[in-house]
Design a protein around this ligand. Structure first.
Ligand code: SF4
Length: 473
């Protein structure tokens, strides 16, 4: 589905590399592969062991960087970031990596995820005299590191990380080393790879393919990796590792060619589609998927149901990014511009339309209408995730129940609102079974909070959207 229209947006992708002479160029290509995780800003910081330089800006990776800028980012270590601005808002000052210079050296860091106790920590830091330069919660870690009383940077970083609650995959770099940390629940994906004689880490493994890096393993929840000219070391800052990887990474966010914990995303989505076909068999003539993220699930549904898969909807790839059109009305017009029905495929047919999720329902309504106007006799909407009833506090921008149609309406009410002949959502059990993480060993849990309301971490009152606070009273 079209991320910027659906209302589900990932808040960033991170990349880091150490031990490669063209670290910044490598980061540039890797960030392009991670572009789907954030399109509002991009940045790269690089070090040659003595000098740390950086460059960043608002927009797509290809809009931010020129060859000249990249050639000025010298050295064998680099970190990079692509940003979707929700937590803390947009603006250049929030584009990462954030860079902090002091007498003792430079610290630069980039973050994927969202801290649920960022506001508490910000208040505490301000009371202690810190002056925060950005509204992003990523900056909090830099201040905590700076304020920690430990002598070595490694101990200061570990100590600071123990104060954070929520979802975070951090890449942290000084002139002489790269550190990588994943939160104790491992809510966001983060993978380590070998590239030449050096190492790379990325939010998604698709970033490794483009630079010829080979996956070593996933970064463990609660792990701190220290990578420098001497090699790589694994330390722990937390043993409380109750793994809860975001299940929406499998359903929707990650690229189909990425693997998370050894499970390929396209294959997992196909299994979601197959599971849907088993849970909801429908008599129909064609199955179609909403491009791009629902196509794998649609292929799985079609295979399992023995109904032909067809391209019933086409995405126009060269339309401008619609997220700069903020109103609902314009968003709906955006859908019209971005998706077109293939009349020859759907006319006179009973269509199963597979989509990965329903957030507000407005997009689904438009697509169903579009298919019917193109001559579909029936449109059966099947969703390869359970109903999203609860907001996410871990870096996905559904911050309020108010935005979520499934939090206020039954499946039948949603069906009526979107104008479908039938509407079916995958069960939570079916989701877990189809992704198949549990088959692969222990501590391979999911976060399912947006479906079940069971959050893997504490949720602090001032993390809540104003609407949520009203509900709490
Ligand atoms: S609440 Fe939902 S979107 Fe957020 S981390 Fe959990 S599974 Fe992912």
């Amino acid at each position: 589905m079209l991320a910027e229209l659906k209302g589900l947006n990932e808040e960033c992708g991170v990349f880091g590399v150490w031990g490669h002479e063209q670290a910044a160029q490598m980061t540039y290509y890797a960030l392009q592969s991670l572009q789907h995780r954030g399109q509002e800003g991009a940045g790269i910081a690089a070090t040659d062991g003595e000098n740390l330089t950086f460059s960043k800006g608002e927009g797509l990776v290809t809009e931010v960087f020129t060859q000249e800028m990249l050639s000025e980012l010298k050295g064998h270590g680099a970190i990079g970031h692509v940003r979707y601005a929700t937590a803390g808002g947009g603006g250049y000052e929030n584009v990462q990596p954030l860079v902090f210079r002091s007498q003792s050296g430079t610290l630069t860091l980039a973050h994927n995820g969202n801290l649920v106790n960022a506001n508490q920590l910000k208040h505490q830091l301000e009371r202690q005299g810190s002056i925060l330069q950005t509204t992003s919660d990523t900056e909090v870690l830099a201040h905590l590191i700076k304020r920690s009383g430990y002598a070595s940077l490694e101990e200061r970083v570990k100590n600071a990380l123990t104060m954070l609650k929520g979802a975070y995959a951090f890449v942290i770099m000084t002139e002489t080393e790269l550190m990588v940390a994943l939160d104790p629940h491992g809510l966001r994906p983060l993978t380590l790879a070998k590239v030449g004689d050096g190492y790379a880490v990325a939010s998604e493994t698709c970033a490794f393919d483009i630079i010829g890096a080979e996956v070593i393993r996933s970064v463990e929840p609660g792990e701190l990796l220290i990578i420098n000219d001497e090699g790589i070391r694994s330390e722990r800052f937390s043993y409380a590792t109750n793994r809860a990887i975001c299940s929406m990474e499998y359903i929707y966010f990650s690229r189909p060619d990425s693997d998370i914990d050894g499970i390929n995303i396209h294959s997992a989505r196909k299994r979601l589609g197959k599971q849907l076909a088993n849970e909801f068999p429908i008599e129909a003539d064609v199955v179609t998927g909403v491009p791009d993220s629902s196509i794998s699930a649609a292929i799985g549904y079609a295979e399992e149901a023995s109904i032909p898969y067809e391209m019933g909807l086409i995405k126009n790839r060269y339309i401008g990014r619609t997220f700069i059109q903020p109103s609902q009305e314009l968003r709906e017009q955006g859908v019209k511009m971005k998706l077109s029905p293939v009349r020859g495929v759907v006319e006179g047919k009973r269509v199963v339309m597979v989509d990965d999720s329903i957030v507000r329902g407005t997009t689904s309504r438009r697509i169903v209408k579009m298919l019917k106007e193109a001559g579909a006799t029936e449109v059966h909407v099947v969703i390869s995730s359970p109903p999203i009833k609860n907001p996410c506090f871990y870096g996905i921008d559904t911050s309020s129940h108010e935005e979520l149609i499934a939090s206020k309406h039954s499946v039948e009410e949603i069906r009526q609102q979107i104008g479908a002949d039938t509407l079916s959502f995958l069960s939570v059990e079916g989701l877990v079974k189809a992704v198949g993480r549990e088959d692969e060993g222990e501590n391979r849990g999911h976060c399912l909070a947006c479906f079940t309301g069971k959050y893997p971490t504490e949720i602090y009152p001032d993390t809540l959207h104003p609407y949520e606070k009203e509900l709490a009273h």
